[in-house]
Write a protein that binds this ligand. Structure first.
Ligand SMILES: [Zn+2]
Length: 373
């Protein structure tokens, strides 16, 4: 992860870069701050920048051999200690590490519950045992393979049990040269005082509203009219903002699915209710639902005729497309696309939305019921 890929907090990034550029890299650091702040992302960007072979424009280059490995979290000199549910068998560890790397790539603003859900574990049983800690700390006494520094990122160090905490304390008391520990904590008060006294602490502030707005609005598929509400509810928690934005996405998907189903069935009672729902969405959201629909129709054809599945699709979407593609074929696809485009044009002319919705639904229903042959 590069600094420029971490949302906002430019002031904090400057501080971190300044320390590295000035060669003031503390051997043990604590990044602490509230949920949904940039703690983890900044730690990842910090280590990436530190190990980059040819940094440019105040950031890691993203292309050197070190950056390449860091982009997948497979650098042999960078280790992670993170909470897991109970002791893991040696044979389970490679799979767990694979999931952890995927989690880092996909959800760097997440919290412990997200990780528990991601790796299908019980949230309440998550902790860091002494085994995980010892295994990594042993490695720290070896020379770095290729990086300038050997690094360990400890996520939720407050969840280390007492043996693990003591093992960490021991290594912090006798640091090996060119090693760095970054502890990323949400509740630093729960750390041993002896550990806290040995780390350089940096508060990672919550996000400002405009930073949340900028980051969320980069995803153009999110309905803009809901953005201010998301930003307000998130209160600087980017993780929450992303979850709320996802709900908006899910709403959009649900509306399109139901709309197609009711149209296909000629279910006028539900279509009448949905014409109210659609009318209340606002222009931009209406446009979003139609554009989403058009992209789904195109994907249905791809799945049907080339068996290509877009990997970025979510599970629910894949499922919907595989079912819906049974009703989209070469005899009706042009008509469906034409009707959706016509509807979009009518809406742009400020026509009566409810009547236009109803009219479009009847036409779509007819097209969806056309036989394939
Ligand atoms: Zn690089």
């Amino acid at each position: 992860m590069l600094f420029k890929e971490v949302a906002g907090v430019n002031d904090v990034k400057d501080k971190l870069r300044f320390a590295i550029d000035g060669n003031h890299v503390a051997h043990a650091q604590l990044f602490f701050g509230p949920e949904g702040s940039a703690k983890l992302g900044l730690a990842l960007a910090y280590i990436t920048y530190l190990n980059c072979l040819q940094p440019i424009d105040n950031d890691a280059c993203g292309t050197c051999s070190s950056c390449h490995k860091m982009s997948k979290w497979i650098h042999p000199d960078v280790h992670f200690i993170f909470p897991t549910a109970g002791a893991k068998k040696e044979s389970d560890k490679p799979q767990l590490l694979k999931e952890w790397r995927k989690f880092l790539l996909e959800m760097p603003y997440s919290n412990l519950s997200d990780w528990a859900a991601f790796c299908a574990a019980e949230n309440k049983g998550m902790s860091i045992g002494v085994e995980e800690s010892r295994a990594v700390m042993k490695l720290m006494h070896l020379k770095a393979f290729e990086a300038k520094y050997k690094s360990v990122i400890i996520w939720y160090p407050e969840l280390m049990n007492s043996s693990a905490s003591n093992a960490l304390l021991k290594i912090l008391e006798e640091p090996a040269p060119k090693t760095i520990f970054i502890l990323i904590s949400q509740n630093p008060d729960q750390l041993l005082l002896t550990i806290k006294s040995r780390v350089q602490a940096l508060f990672i502030r919550p996000y400002e509203d405009d930073e949340v707005y900028d980051f969320i609005s980069q995803d153009l598929s999110i309905v803009n009219s809901r953005l201010p509400q998301i930003v307000r509810l998130a209160e600087g928690n980017l993780n929450l903002a992303l979850a709320l934005a996802q709900e908006v996405e899910d709403d959009k998907q649900k509306i399109f699915r139901d709309w197609m189903l009711f149209s296909y069935k000629n279910d006028f009672i539900n279509l009448s209710k949905y014409s109210d729902t659609f009318n209340s969405l606002g222009k931009e959201s209406q446009k979003n639902v139609i554009n989403y629909g058009l992209s789904i129709i195109r994907m249905c054809l791809l799945v049907k005729y080339s068996e290509q599945v877009n990997e970025s699709l979510k599970e629910g979407e894949k499922d919907f497309i595989s079912k819906f593609s049974a009703f989209v074929h070469l005899k009706n696809i042009d008509i469906i696309i034409e009707k959706l485009n016509e509807f979009q044009n009518v809406l742009a002319r400020n026509a009566n939305t409810k009547i236009a919705f109803f009219h479009c639904s009847v036409q779509l229903g007819k097209a969806l019921r056309l036989p394939k042959e």
